[in-house]
Design a protein around this ligand. Structure first.
Ligand code: F6P
Length: 374
């Protein structure tokens, strides 16, 4: 099939590196005489009655390699969300209407799971061939050694820990930094190790080892007046809910914590009000009597200019995605493996039950952190 026109979209949370990727796709596609339409707001662009898009030329994308966010905007829309029966028919109609021969979907496991199903023709009459590009600052997409966005986000978290060190030291405090990392603790682990924090809590070690944390802080207290703890937002412990209840009582029923968790279009909890960092700081104060503060990095980690590494990785993946399209390599994502960009089957991102496989922090990495954070 000679591809003449493709659509490119970004889905899920934004992260630095999306614009370099878009630049890579558009610029390389032009070499093959392939026209590119920028689909706006992720899958939302195609599932509504009218498609939402902008034509993209090489001139349009020339200056965007240094820009954070995504010029195409994004959303967490799931084209296969069963609640919206018009989504898939609209998508098929819009793909036809725009004359798109294929799509490049840039996103995390959710966005890529839609790309995989469309390529297979799941629940639609005619398959929509897709190429995927993995992204997430959480760095937890299975099948690739690294995602762009991670380096920029984690570099900022390292900077944050370093700055917090000054204040923790000056005020004789424990400061807890909560970082993004819903399912995997890569950002927490990297920033804790690289900024010499004293302890790190990651989802891979749930339930969190509170006793281990207290023991470490007691030991730190013998030799210095301050401590630094990094907590991934996905860290958990049954006591977190107990604490939320205690706070609720003290506030006359305004309950914080677990009860505020919402579910997104892909069925995942949105952890925005969970306050795992506050819980951790509160328990440290209770146990050790040490003055504590919490800082939540949250979306600060997702904005800003991409680092050198994220610019180059994003652009490489974008170029490779256009090449996959040209070669008819549909149903694959551009994966980083041993320094090279290689095809990885989209269908292998899920297990036999269709559940996303997360690229968790491995026991070897946990051991590495333990060694350095003694
Ligand atoms: O993109 C992944 C992520 O950064 C998670 O770590 C976090 O839980 C989530 O996005 C937050 O998403 P939103 O922007 O929808 O609040």
């Amino acid at each position: 099939m000679a591809v003449k026109r493709i659509g490119v979209l970004t889905g899920g949370g934004d992260c630095p590196g999306l614009n370099p990727t878009i630049k890579g796709v558009v610029t390389r596609a032009a070499d093959f005489g392939i026209e590119v339409l920028g689909l706006q707001n992720g899958w939302k662009s195609l599932v509504e009655a009218e498609p939402n898009y902008i034509p993209l030329t090489v001139d349009d994308v020339r200056p965007i390699i240094k820009q954070g966010g995504t010029i195409l905007h994004t959303s967490r829309t799931n084209a296969y969300n069963k609640r919206y029966t018009d989504y898939l028919p609209n998508l098929v109609k819009n793909v036809e209407k725009l004359g798109l021969d294929a799509l490049v979907a840039i996103g995390g496991d959710d966005t890529l799971s839609v790309a995989s199903r469309l390529t297979k023709g799941d629940n639609i009459d005619k398959p929509v061939p897709c190429v995927g590009v993995p992204k997430t600052m959480d760095n937890d997409v299975h099948g690739t050694d690294q995602c762009f966005g991670f380096d920029t986000a984690t570099t900022l978290a390292v900077e944050a820990v370093q700055r917090l060190r000054d204040t923790a030291d000056s005020h004789n405090r424990v400061i807890v930094l909560e970082v993004f990392g819903r399912k995997a603790g890569w950002t927490a682990l990297y920033s804790a190790v690289a900024a010499d924090a004293d302890y790190v809590l990651v989802p891979e070690r749930n339930p969190a080892d509170l006793d281990g944390l207290f023991a470490k802080l007691r030991e730190v207290k013998k030799r210095r007046n301050y401590a630094l703890v990094v907590v991934a937002e996905g860290a958990d412990h049954p006591d977190l809910d107990v604490w939320a209840g205690e706070i609720a009582n003290s506030l006359n029923g305004t309950r914080l914590g677990e009860m505020s968790v919402e579910i997104d279009s892909f069925g995942h909890p949105i952890l925005k009000e969970r306050r795992v960092g506050d819980w951790c700081a509160y328990r440290i104060k209770q146990e050790l009597g040490w003055d504590t503060r919490t800082v939540v990095m949250a979306h600060l980690m997702r904005g800003g200019q991409p680092t050198l590494e994220d610019r180059i990785l994003g652009a490489r993946m974008g170029v490779a995605a256009a090449e996959f399209v040209q070669q008819g390599k549909f149903g694959y994502m551009t994966a980083l493996s041993g320094g090279d960009i290689v095809p990885f089957p989209l269908e292998d991102l899920t297990d036999a039950e269709g559940k996303s496989i997360t690229r968790d922090v491995t026991p070897q990495w946990l051991e590495f952190a333990d060694i350095l954070m003694k």
